[in-house]
Design a protein around this ligand. Structure first.
Ligand code: HEC
Length: 96
């Protein structure tokens, strides 16, 4: 019985830790977005017709990684780390 209880406790703790780190990802993603993406994609990531930039709401880390490593528009973004990209994806998912 004790084992079951501590198992439940452990799972509960992991859930709390998991949601905290996601919240941090979203906050750092928002910072990165505002600093590096908002100028072209708009403050709310909805895209800017004048810049011919599409909405990037809800883009996944894979899509972002591929885009910043291939598109000449994103040549200045090659210095973003995998963590930056992950944070961006978490943040963009909150804008859907
Ligand atoms: C200099 C302006 C500019 C900046 C800065 C910029 N983008 Fe873009 N982005 C564009 C344009 C223009 C496109 C349209 C496709 C193309 O030309 O590559 C685009 C396309 C994309 C796409 C593909 C969308 C689709 O539907 O295919 C993604 C994802 C993306 N950008 C993510 C980002 C992220 C994340 C950042 C910040 C880290 C960023 N962009 C910063 C101009 C920019």
């Amino acid at each position: 019985m004790k084992k079951v209880l501590s198992g439940i406790l452990l799972v509960a703790m992991l859930c709390v830790v998991g949601s905290i780190s996601r919240a941090q990802d979203a906050a750092s993603g928002e910072k990165t977005f505002k600093a590096k993406c908002a100028a072209c994609h708009g403050a709310d990531a909805a895209g800017k017709p004048a810049m011919k930039s599409p909405s990037i709401k809800g883009k996944t880390a894979d899509q972002i990684q591929k885009e910043i490593s291939t598109s000449p528009k994103h040549a200045s973004l090659k210095s973003l780390t995998a963590d930056d990209v992950k944070g961006l994806a978490v943040y963009l998912a909150t804008l859907k």
